[in-house]
Design a protein around this ligand. Structure first.
Ligand SMILES: NC(=O)C1=CN([C@@H]2O[C@H](COP(=O)(O)OP(=O)(O)OC[C@H]3O[C@@H](n4cnc5c(N)ncnc54)[C@H](O)[C@@H]3O)[C@@H](O)[C@H]2O)C=CC1
Ligand SMILES: CC(C)CC(=O)C(=O)O
Length: 364
C-alpha cells in the first residue's frame, strides 16, 4: 500500500507507528478525522499476517469510527489502534503501559477503549500511564466492558431492520444465523433467545458454540456453512469483510444486521445486496452502543444517560432506511450521508473563532 496516497484519498489526519523493544509492543494508531472532537476508538490485538495488513486494518477501522461517532451524534472524531500480537500469549503489563505512554504523548487527540482481543484489565493497565482511555473497571467510576451495551444496541437495530423488512419488529420465530459468538454476539443471542428467535451459530471457538447450543438451544454449523443456511437474518459478529463476492450468492437471509466492523468487503457489495432487496442495517450505526457507552465517561459516567442514547440506535437505523428510500440509494450510502452531513455542519459551526477553544476533554 502507498500509505500517503491512501491517506490522501480518504482524508486521514495521522498514522502513528509505536515500537517498544523491551515489551515487544508493535502498535499502529490511526486518526482519521477530528472535526467533531478528539478521536475515540478501540484497540484491537490480533495476529496479522503482515505489517501492511495491520496498517490497512487500523486505517479502515479508524475511518469507520469517524462515521460511527458522527452518526451516533457524539462530539468525537474517529481513530483506532491495532496491536500486532497474539492476545493469548503476548500480553504483559509492560506492553500495555508502553502503549499507554504513546497515547499520552498524543495529548488527547486520541482516546482508546477495548476492541477484539482486549479486555477491561488491559485498559486498566493503559490507564496507569494515560487519562485518554475509557472502558475502565467500574471501580474507577467508569463504564466497564462495552460489549454488553454493544450487544443491546445490535438487538435494537435488528428489531428496527425486522420492522423495515417484515412490517413488525418482533423477532419471535425469526431464524437468525450468527457468525461468531464472542463477547458481543453471545449477549446478543440471549436477547434474541428471550424474544423467541431461533439461532444458528458458528465460531472457530468450539467452547463458545457449545455454550450457545446448551444455553439457547442453538443449532451449530461449520464456519463456511453459515452463509448458506436457511434463515431470515444473517448476523455477522466476528471480523469484517464477510459480505463479498464469494458469500453474497450463498445468502438466503432477507436481512443483515450484526456487530462486526467493516462488513462490506467493498462498497460495491453494498450496492449488490441492495439490488437483491436485502435489508442491510449499516454496521457502524448498528454497533455504536459500545462507543456511546464509553464516550459517556468523558462527561462523568451516567448509565441512565448512556442507555437513553443507546435506545436511539433503533431510530438511527430507521432514519438510515428513510434516507435510503428518499434518495433512492443503498443503505450504506444513506448512513454515510447522515454522518457526512453532520460533520460538514459542525465544520462550519467550528469555523467561528474562539479565544481558548473548548474541548470535550476539559470537562473531565
Ligand atoms: N466489543 C464491542 O463492544 C464492539 C465490537 N465490535 C465489533 O464486533 C465484532 C465482535 O467483537 P467482540 O465480540 O468484542 O469480539 P470477540 O473476539 O469477543 O468475538 C469475536 C468472535 O468471533 C469468532 N471468530 C473469529 N473468526 C471467526 C470465523 N472465521 N468464523 C466464525 N467465528 C469467528 C471468535 O472466535 C470470537 O468468538 C468485531 O468485529 C468488533 O470489532 C464493534 C463495536 C463494539
Ligand atoms: C468498542 C468500542 C468502545 C469502540 C470501538 O472501537 C468500536 O465501536 O468499534
Amino acid at each position: 500500500m502507498e500509505i500517503f496516497s491512501y491517506m490522501e484519498k480518504y482524508d486521514y489526519e495521522q498514522l502513528v507507528i509505536c515500537q517498544d523493544k523491551e515489551s515487544g509492543l508493535k502498535a499502529i494508531i490511526a486518526i482519521h478525522d477530528t472535526t467533531l472532537g478528539p478521536a475515540l476508538g478501540g484497540t484491537r490485538m490480533w495476529t496479522y499476517d503482515s505489517e501492511a495488513d495491520a496498517i490497512e486494518d487500523a486505517l479502515r477501522l479508524a475511518k469507520g469510527m469517524t462515521y460511527k461517532n458522527a452518526a451516533a451524534g457524539l462530539n468525537l472524531g474517529g481513530g483506532k489502534t491495532v496491536i500486532m500480537g497474539d492476545p493469548k500469549k503476548d500480553k504483559s503489563e509492560e506492553l500495555f503501559r508502553a502503549f499507554g505512554r504513546y497515547i499520552q504523548g498524543l495529548n488527547g487527540r486520541y482516546i482508546t477503549a477495548e476492541d477484539v482481543g482486549i479486555n477491561v484489565a488491559d485498559m486498566d493497565l493503559v490507564h496507569e500511564e494515560t487519562d485518554y482511555v475509557t472502558g475502565l473497571s467500574p471501580a474507577f467510576g467508569s463504564s466497564g466492558d462495552p460489549s454488553p451495551v454493544t450487544a443491546y444496541g445490535v438487538y435494537r437495530a435488528m428489531k428496527a431492520a425486522a420492522k423495515e423488512a417484515y412490517g413488525s419488529d418482533s423477532l419471535e420465530g425469526k431464524v437468525v444465523a450468527v457468525q461468531g459468538v464472542g463477547n458481543v454476539a453471545y449477549k446478543m443471542c440471549r436477547y434474541l433467545h428471550d424474544e423467541g428467535a431461533k439461532l444458528i451459530v458458528t465460531d472457530i471457538n468450539e467452547e463458545a458454540v457449545q455454550s450457545a447450543v446448551e444455553e439457547f438451544g442453538a443449532e451449530a454449523v461449520g464456519t463456511e456453512e453459515i452463509y448458506s443456511v436457511d434463515c431470515d437474518i444473517y448476523a455477522p459478529c466476528a471480523l469484517g469483510a464477510t459480505i463479498n463476492d464469494e458469500t453474497i450468492p450463498q445468502l438466503k437471509a432477507k436481512v443483515i444486521v450484526g456487530s462486526a466492523n467493516n462488513q462490506l468487503k467493498e462498497n460495491r457489495h453494498g450496492d449488490q445486496i441492495h439490488e437483491m432487496g436485502i435489508v442491510y442495517a449499516p454496521d457502524y450505526v448498528v454497533n455504536s452502543g459500545g462507543v456511546i457507552n464509553v464516550a459517556d465517561e468523558l462527561y462523568g459516567y451516567n448509565q441512565e444517560r448512556a442507555m437513553a442514547k443507546v435506545e436511539k440506535i433503533y431510530d438511527n437505523v430507521m432514519a438510515v432506511f428513510d434516507i435510503s428510500r428518499r434518495d433512492n440509494i443503498p443503505t450504506y450510502q444513506a448512513a454515510d450521508r447522515m454522518a457526512e452531513e453532520r460533520i460538514e455542519k459542525m465544520r462550519k459551526t467550528k469555523s467561528t473563532f474562539l479565544q481558548n477553544g473548548h474541548h470535550i476533554l476539559s470537562r473531565r
